[in-house]
Design a protein around this ligand. Structure first.
Ligand SMILES: Nc1c(NC[C@H](O)[C@H](O)[C@H](O)CO)[nH]c(=O)[nH]c1=O
Ligand SMILES: CC(=O)[C@@H](O)COP(=O)(O)O
Length: 160
């Protein structure tokens, strides 16, 4: 289902475990910070709405989405139950967009494969700034909210 047909902010609390006993790490890119700060807000609000304690949420900034890989690797060492990697990559004039998006995707996939801590992919890869604004608290909701809920569900699965 395309995002256009699904509000990213919608979730049913009855299907989300209570997050009071979990610790979360959030790594957020400074590139396109109007968007990434909106995603961060959505993620933080979702975590707290579902019981997470503010003191159990560690948040670090990194320069760009490519640095989410290393930042998430270091965050895993903070003994958290899940990491949320937040970024916004927007197509420019060159192929750099392709390499950043592919690099981040493969890097975060590798962290999920090679560590015992789930890393949630909250990286927008959009054609325009408007598409990113629409998905970080705009008309399509907030992908950060979606990522926060995913982090709680994966933290619970990790403990099974
Ligand atoms: N163009 C965008 C970037 N580019 C920067 C890279 O992510 C990286 O920081 C640089 O190549 C140094 O390693 N990053 C984004 O997050 N979003 C963009 O649109
Ligand atoms: C994703 C990027 O790195 C990109 O926004 C940079 O823009 P450009 O391709 O015009 O250099």
């Amino acid at each position: 289902m395309a995002t256009a047909n699904h509000n990213l902010s919608h979730y049913d609390k009855n299907t989300v475990p209570n997050a009071k006993d979990f610790r979360f790490g959030i790594v957020v890119s400074e590139w396109n910070d109007t968007v990434t700060n909106g995603l961060l807000k959505g993620a933080q609000e979702a975590l707290i709405d579902c019981g997470a304690l503010p003191e159990n949420i560690i948040t670090w900034g990194v320069p760009g989405s490519f640095e989410l890989i290393y930042g998430s690797k270091k965050m895993i060492e903070q003994t958290v139950d899940a990491v949320i990697a937040i970024g916004c990559v927007i197509q420019g004039e060159t192929k750099h967009f392709d390499f950043v998006c592919e690099g981040v995707t493969h890097g975060i996939k590798a962290l999920n494969l090679n560590s015992d801590t789930p890393v949630i992919f909250c990286v927008l890869t959009d054609n325009t700034m408007q598409q990113s604004l629409d998905r970080s608290g705009g008309k399509h909701g907030n992908k950060g909210t979606e990522a926060g809920i995913a982090a709680i569900k994966m933290a619970e699965l990790r403990g099974r």
